[in-house]
Design a protein around this ligand. Structure first.
Ligand code: IPD
Length: 274
C-alpha cells in the first residue's frame, strides 16, 4: 500500500508530545471523574479530550488509517485489528494514578501495520520520560538506547505485577493465586499502576518481567514493540505468541525467563477486545 513509515513515525512522535502536554497541564487541576465498568475503573475529562484530539489529528492527516482507542471502546464497541495501518491508543494509561496525582501516568500510542507493531511511543510528561521504538531500529528513552537486563531466572528477578482495575471475582482470584505462586520464587514485586510504563521498565532493565491478565490492546500496543526493540521477549502468558486483542500479556528480559514464569501461572481468559 502507500504506507509512509517516516511520515507516520514523525507524526506519532509529535502526537505523543502534544498529548503529553495536555496531560501535564491537567495533572494538578481539579478533574471530572466518571466510572466505567466498575467503581474503580475511571475516566476523566482529560482522557476524553486527549483521545478526541488524537483521533481528529490522525483522521485529518491519514484519512485511510484505522483507530482503536480506549475511550471510543468504553461503550463496549468491539474493534477488529486489520492489516491496515492502525493507531492503538490509550490517552492516559494510569488513570487511577492521574486522579490521585501519583506521577506515574503516560500516553501510549502504538502504530500497527500488517498486524505487527511498527512504532510505539510511551510518554510520561510529569517525569519527562519519553520512550520510543520503531521496528528494527531499537528502543529509546529520551533518545538514549535501551536494553533489557540479562536476567534469565525468576529467582533473580524483579517482577512487575498489577492488581488491575476490575472487581470481578475471576480476575481477583487470578491475581491472588498468581501472587501466591510467584511470591517466594522471585527477588521482589512492584506495581506502577500503568501497563505501558511497566513494560517500559522491563525494556530499560529496571525490571525483569511483567505479566497481566485483563490488559487491553491499547495498554500493550506500544510497549510490546518497545520491549522487543530493547532485546526483550513478549508473548502470551501461556508461552504462545502474543495476541494483542486477547487481553493477556507477558514480557521478560529473556525467553527463558518468560517461559519459566509462564509454566507457573494460573491462566485466565478474559473477554477479548475483538
Ligand atoms: C490500566 C492500567 C493498570 C492495569 C490495567 C489497565 P488505564 O489502564 O494500565 O495498571 O492494571 O489493566 O487497564 O485504565 O489506566 O488506561
Amino acid at each position: 500500500s502507500d504506507f509512509d513509515g517516516n511520515a507516520s513515525y514523525e507524526f506519532g512522535l509529535a502526537m505523543a508530545k502534544k498529548a503529553g502536554a495536555m496531560i501535564k497541564d491537567a495533572f494538578r487541576r481539579p478533574k471530572t471523574v466518571d466510572t466505567k465498568t466498575c467503581d474503580i475503573d475511571f475516566v476523566t475529562d482529560t482522557d476524553r479530550a486527549v483521545e478526541k484530539m488524537l483521533l481528529s489529528e490522525i483522521s485529518a492527516r491519514f484519512p485511510t488509517h484505522k483507530f482503536i482507542g480506549e475511550e471510543a471502546s468504553a461503550d463496549g464497541t468491539k474493534n477488529s485489528l486489520t492489516a491496515e495501518p492502525t493507531w492503538i491508543i490509550d490517552p492516559i494509561d494510569g488513570t487511577m494514578n492521574f486522579i490521585h496525582r501519583y506521577p506515574l501516568v503516560c500516553v501510549s500510542i502504538g502504530l500497527w501495520v500488517d498486524k505487527e507493531p511498527f512504532a510505539g511511543f510511551v510518554f510520561n510528561p510529569i517525569l519527562d520520560l519519553f520512550y520510543s521504538a520503531r521496528k528494527n531500529e531499537g528502543a529509546f528513552l529520551n533518545g538514549k538506547r535501551l536494553h533489557v537486563s540479562d536476567t534469565t531466572s525468576l529467582s533473580q528477578s524483579l517482577v512487575m505485577f498489577e492488581l488491575g482495575t476490575a472487581r470481578d471475582p475471576a480476575k481477583r482470584e487470578s491475581v491472588i493465586e498468581n501472587f501466591n505462586r510467584l511470591l517466594d520464587r522471585g527477588h521482589g514485586f512492584r506495581s506502577m499502576g500503568t501497563c505501558a510504563l511497566n513494560m517500559c521498565a522491563v525494556a530499560e532493565g529496571g525490571a525483569d518481567a511483567y505479566f497481566e491478565y485483563g490488559v487491553h490492546s491499547w495498554d500493550v500496543a506500544a510497549g510490546s514493540l518497545i520491549v522487543r526493540e530493547a532485546g526483550g521477549y513478549v508473548c502470551d502468558p501461556s508461552g504462545g505468541d502474543l495476541d494483542v486483542m486477547s487481553r493477556r500479556m507477558l514480557c521478560a528480559a529473556s525467553p527463558v525467563l518468560a517461559h519459566e514464569i509462564c509454566s507457573l501461572l494460573f491462566q485466565i481468559y478474559p473477554e477479548r477486545d475483538d
